[in-house]
Design a protein around this ligand. Structure first.
Ligand code: URA
Length: 273
């Protein structure tokens, strides 16, 4: 007996249903076990905040709908204040965990803060977690992360000892979509503070959104491999942008460009450029 037979003759084919979910961008289950939300009574006060009370019934207190309820400008102001107050990387991680100003938090499974060695001389900042990173709570652990590790190994670096790794956004955008400019603006104060607190000698922006968000670069192809200064707030350090490993997995011929960037990074670490 097939699954659809078991569910009754009118039930949708489960395989078609799953393909439809995948096409719509529903690629993750948020709970361990499936839940039929339609069968459950709505919790008191849930849903849209009530604007008017019904006759004879007091209005339920308006409840913020997760993170999206914070206006973007307020969210940026509060992100700046929280980030500034954090005196250590642990405090910054705690502040991010409590921050409700970015709607991505509501759909992500985990906060993805950092991996590697915060004492490393190099800090790499990617775009945002993907599905594997979201599940494990660590940046660059999926296929692009494995390629990044091999690229680092090619210049004698390894993530546990030499490199501190984070992302422009610490929560996964649903379906891995590109983060919106508003999401980037809201999360920017946190990653800027993370760079300041980690205090690396060299910042490497991995991919276009990171290069644009942190270095103001437009067009990764034209700007990759060029050294610039980055002001952490405490001191000026060297920074460079390079191609994202996810892009290199799609366009392996462009690995030769990344190889140039990596050699430039090696030379900078050795004091040779
Ligand atoms: N891509 C990124 O930019 N960051 C990750 O952590 C994973 C994939």
């Amino acid at each position: 007996m097939s699954l659809s037979d078991a569910a009754g003759p009118d039930a949708p084919d489960p395989y078609e249903l799953l393909s439809w979910y995948a096409e719509m961008g529903v690629t993750e289950a948020l709970d361990e076990t499936p839940r039929n939300h339609f069968a459950e009574p709505a919790p008191a006060g849930a849903g849209r905040p009530q604007l008017r009370s019904l006759p004879g019934r007091p209005a339920a207190p308006a409840r913020p709908i997760a993170a999206a309820a914070t206006a973007p400008d307020d969210a940026t102001v509060s992100a700046k204040a929280l980030a500034r107050e954090a005196r250590t990387l642990d405090e910054l991680k705690e502040a991010l965990a409590k921050f409700e100003g970015c709607a991505l938090k509501a759909t992500a499974k985990n906060l993805v803060f950092a991996d590697g060695n915060p004492e490393g001389r190099v800090m790499m900042v990617g775009e945002a977690p993907g599905a594997d990173e979201d599940r494990l709570g660590l940046p660059f652990v999926g296929r692009s992360g494995q390629l990044l590790d091999r690229m680092l190994a090619a210049i004698g670096l390894n993530r546990q000892n030499d490199v501190y790794i984070a992302n422009l956004l610490p929560w996964r955008p649903p379906g891995n979509r590109t983060p919106t400019p508003q999401e980037v603006a809201i999360c920017l104060p946190f990653i800027q503070r993370q760079i300041e607190l980690a205090d690396p000698d060299i910042l490497v922006c991995v991919g276009a959104p990171s290069a644009q968000g942190l270095l103001g670069f437009k067009g990764i192809m034209a700007s990759r491999g060029k050294w610039v200064e980055y002001d952490t707030g405490a001191r000026r350090i060297r920074a460079i942008a390079t191609l994202h490993p996810a892009y290199l997995l799609r366009r392996p011929l462009d690995k030769r460009l990344s190889w140039r960037d990596l050699r430039a990074l090696r030379a900078a670490l050795d004091g040779k450029n």
